[in-house]
Design a protein around this ligand. Structure first.
Ligand code: PLP
Length: 456
């Protein structure tokens, strides 16, 4: 598809009634209209081809057009269109067991439609768990600054990105935030490991200062993704688990982005030693974006407190479409392919042999740091390496536009901190070919040469 790549015209010609996500409502800016996809590539109405270097919204893990997944979906639709999960159906039963196995523990799975809902579900389970196990005052939920956990008001309250929240405040009460492990701009001295462990210490201090009897849960992504690809040392994750265990705080691992092979392990937390979260939330790569599905996997220890023989302590929570039979059938097929094609190992290997080439970009004056784990890459762009002043907004926009003109879609961190949306995000489909990855690296390099002069 690459040869056809020459941008011919803007699209979306007529006035549109479609309200686009996350865009300034500028009538001059026309969004492309995608019509067809194949692997990691898609074509717009004018016939331009693009490599999707961010997998849609980091979800299109197996790429477009997998016939097996489409057929699994159609077959399930033909057999049983819908029943709610107040009952059971085979795809949900099988998927719950499969997820528990993949997580390497004994988990009970609640299904929803999205990552936001998966996290909302986790918050409610954590609070109810404490109420039913003799700790009714535990309600606070702690997350990290710069993290994103979803768009619904609870998940948005756990999200700690000022610009995303400011127009919708006040946030839901009971959510608070701590400093993330972010060695590049750390407030702490010392090596990366030392700085990250100090960030973990802040988690413990915050629990104690808030009153351990009031803290219900700590939610974290193993690697803050949308907030700028912040990759801590693995000791940070291990230390946070120890702290949560010590203070009876439910550890919720948000694997919405990092799950299903994105980072070169099936789940991101598996990079660390002996980490087994109390709750794991999933979406996106769970179905590779073929259908909406969220999952909240809960350790048996917690689930036991919801068993209600003679008691009134069941989970009063339902999602009409959560765990839709077709979505579960798609997820099962998606996971079958990930396993059969050794996608996780492939990501691990190709990240080293191909995407690692992005590390060379630190030779540019405007690239402060390249952070990478598997197929998840962040380029922290700066005006000046010494001062670390974030690259100006118009220059960030210029990089993305120039890549798009060359047929490559990449992203940048969300509305994290005013003036700090300066991390370029690259997260290609996990099935990208070697040629795709070379095209990606070459295109970004060409654009940097074009905009910043040839440093390498
Ligand atoms: N958690 C993380 C880490 C995410 O990146 C996202 C979405 O980008 C969500 C949760 C919310 O997922 P959804 O958009 O499916 O509600």
């Amino acid at each position: 598809m690459k040869e056809e790549m020459e941008i011919r015209s803007v699209t979306e010609e007529k006035p549109s009634h479609l309200w686009h996500a996350m865009h300034r409502h500028d009538p001059q800016v026309k969004q492309l209209v995608a019509v067809k996809g194949e692997g990691g590539w898609f074509t717009d109405e004018a016939g331009n081809c693009y490599l999707d270097g961010v997998s849609g919204l980091w979800c299109l893990n197996l790429g477009h057009g997998r016939q097996e997944i489409i057929e699994a979906c159609a077959a399930q639709m033909g057999k049983l269109t819908y029943v709610p999960l107040t009952m059971s159906h085979q795809p949900a039963l099988q998927l719950a067991t499969k997820l528990s196995d993949l997580l390497g523990g004994n988990y009970q799975c609640f299904f929803s439609n999205s990552g936001s809902e998966a996290n909302e579900t986790a918050f409610k389970i954590a609070r109810q768990y404490h109420k039913q196990t003799g700790n009714p005052e535990k309600y606070k939920i702690i997350s990290r600054y710069r993290s994103y956990h979803g768009n619904t008001l609870g998940a948005l309250s756990a999200t700690a990105q000022a610009n995303r929240r400011v127009k919708y405040d006040p946030a839901v009460p009971g959510f608070l935030h701590v400093y993330p492990p972010y060695a590049y701009r750390s407030i702490f001295n010392g090596t990366k490991e030392e700085s990250d462990l100090k960030a973990a210490q802040l988690v413990e201090d915050t629990i104690r200062w808030e009153g351990e009897e009031t803290v219900a849960a700590f939610i974290m992504e193993p690697f803050i993704s949308g907030g700028g690809v912040l990759i801590p040392s693995m000791e940070y994750i291990e230390r946070v688990q120890d702290i949560c265990n010590r203070y009876n705080v439910v550890l919720i691992m948000d694997e919405v982005v990092s799950g299903f092979g994105r980072t070169g392990e099936m789940f991101g937390f598996m990079h660390a030693n002996a980490v087994q979260p109390d709750i794991v939330t999933m979406a996106k790569g769970l179905t590779s974006g073929y259908l909406p599905l969220g999952a909240t996997a809960v350790k048996d220890k917690i689930y036991q407190s919801f068993k209600s023989v003679g008691k009134d302590n069941h989970f009063r929570h339902v999602s009409t479409y959560g765990g839709h039979p077709a979505a579960c059938a798609v997820a099962l097929k998606n996971i079958e392919i990930i396993e059969r094609e050794n996608v996780v190992q492939r990501v691990h290997d190709l990240a080293k042999s191909h995407l690692n080439a992005l590390q060379r970009l630190t030779k540019y004056d405007h690239v402060g740091e390249v952070r990478q784990i598997g197929f998840l890459v962040g380029l922290e762009m700066v005006e000046d390496k010494a001062t670390k002043e974030p690259l100006a907004d118009e220059k960030m926009v210029g990089i993305l536009q120039n890549c798009k003109q060359r047929g490559l879609i990449i992203g940048r961190n969300g509305d994290t901190v005013p003036g700090q949306n300066n991390v370029i995000i690259i997260a290609p489909p996990l099935t990208s070919t070697e040629e795709d990855l070379m095209f990606l690296v070459e295109t970004v390099t060409d654009v940097f040469n074009h905009l910043f002069g040839s440093n390498i």
